[in-house]
Design a binder for this molecule. Structure first.
Ligand SMILES: [Zn+2]
Length: 413
């Protein structure tokens, strides 16, 4: 196949310019959803699009769509997209790269006068990170009809609700349901994103073809023993909740490692000890348990093994145990056909690539519910992300954008 190339300097300059909006003193970016910085970023994108004869509009939840109005092609569009909101003091590439490479692809298609039979749209999704409104992925969820009207009442740390944040942008939250698309209304979705992990960087590979986005299951676990005087309670008479919990935490690592599922991960990331005195035997420990994998069956199996180990430890140590499922996000396998297209495009461009799962959540996981969806990863230096030290080399940004552009051509031709 003949391959197209994006304009390298134009893409790199756009990454530099966007990173100035919401720039922090230590080289990071803070751009929370639906704030002044977010608006400035989107208006900057609109102006850039307009300068290249591309049109744009906002939907009721602040998703920004960029497209070619003069597009002769009809039917459901090929959609590309990502987000421009960030975590506090986040990096310059997370989300931004996918949006800017998408815009650059649209501009390149326009300039190349490529004959496509489908329209191509860029989507800039609202509140992916959940840094301001806790649930995150709001724009892409609204797009598939998965935002309940009650979520409009969710408030940020200042007490401003999602509905009023939208109204401040002169959007009409009551039109939430009009944002949603049905299966068949989008031909395909492709998202370019930095890996946010170290696999590509460590392997010296240039492109990741994402096989799927992992499911995430979270539990709150509570271990109750008996708080008591640390000086007068002999060791053999203690019901120390922390010692029991410590064994449980270790068992999570051991069981997941020993499971033989290479992509599975299990984490205890939060733990609190009550009453928390230097001279008190811990009476209660509450901790989080999170398991991620690409397969629901693997998650089921791991959770089953972990919880039965917890039960065994609780019995042996004479403490009470209870747990509660707090969230269960299903894995999102991505389209085999689009994966194959991405791999072929990468090979034709002469780039090295490998299949890999995404361990992080992305807007693409929701789009996968209504249309064939693919994701392209490029390396994150040392796997660092959500940090001012997040870095993806210029060459990798350009390679990712070239893979995106040519994947669009294949999907829209
Ligand atoms: Zn992201």
């Amino acid at each position: 196949m003949t391959v197209l190339h994006i304009r390298r300097e134009r893409l790199l300059e756009s990454i530099r310019e966007l990173s100035c909006i919401g720039a922090t003193s230590n080289g990071g970016v803070t751009r929370f959803a639906l704030t002044g910085e977010d608006r400035q970023a989107r208006e900057w994108l609109q102006a850039r699009a307009k300068a290249h004869d591309l049109d744009s509009h906002f939907d009721a939840v602040g998703n920004l769509f960029v497209y070619c109005r003069a597009d002769a092609a009809g039917g459901p569009p090929v959609l590309v997209g990502s987000h421009v909101d960030t975590v506090p003091d986040g990096g310059r590439y997370d989300g931004a790269l996918g949006v800017l490479a998408g815009l650059e692809s649209l501009i390149s298609l326009q300039e190349s006068k490529a004959q496509l039979s489908r329209p191509v749209w860029l989507a800039v999704w609202t509140e992916e990170e959940g840094s301001r409104f806790r649930n995150g992925l709001i724009g892409s969820r609204a797009f598939i009809g998965e935002v309940a009207p009650t979520e409009l009442d969710d408030a940020d740390a200042q007490g401003i609700t999602l509905a009023s944040a939208l109204r401040n942008w002169e959007l009409e939250p009551a039109q939430l349901t009009e944002v949603a698309r049905e299966p068949g209304q989008v031909h395909a979705y492709v998202e370019l994103h930095i890996e946010q992990g170290a696999k590509l960087d460590a392997a010296g590979l240039q492109v990741g073809v994402v096989t799927g986005i992992v499911g995430i299951r979270r539990y709150d676990v509570s271990v109750k023993g008996q708080a008591n005087h640390a000086g007068t309670t002999p060791m053999h008479l203690r019901q120390d909740a922390l010692v029991a919990a410590a064994q449980m935490v270790q068992s999570v690592e051991q069981l997941v490692k020993a499971s033989g599922h290479a992509d599975a991960v299990g984490t205890v990331g939060k733990l609190s000890v009550q009453p928390g005195g230097v001279n008190v035997v811990p009476g209660q420990v509450d901790f989080s348990l999170e398991v991620r994998d690409l397969e629901t069956s693997v998650m089921d199996e791991l959770v089953e093994r972990i919880l039965s180990k917890f039960r065994e430890i609780a019995y042996t140590r004479n403490v009470q145990l209870c747990w509660e499922l707090t969230s269960d996000v299903k894995p999102a396998p991505l389209s085999r056909e689009i994966r194959q297209t991405i791999a072929e495009v990468a090979s034709d461009l002469g780039y090295s690539w490998q299949d890999m799962p995404s361990g992080a959540g992305h807007d693409a996981q929701h789009l996968a519910c209504i249309c064939p969806t693919g994701m392209i990863f490029v390396p994150s230096k040392d796997g660092i992300s959500h940090s001012p030290h997040e870095f993806t080399a210029d060459d990798d940004c350009v390679r990712g954008a070239n893979v995106l552009l040519n994947t669009i051509v294949q999907l829209a031709k």
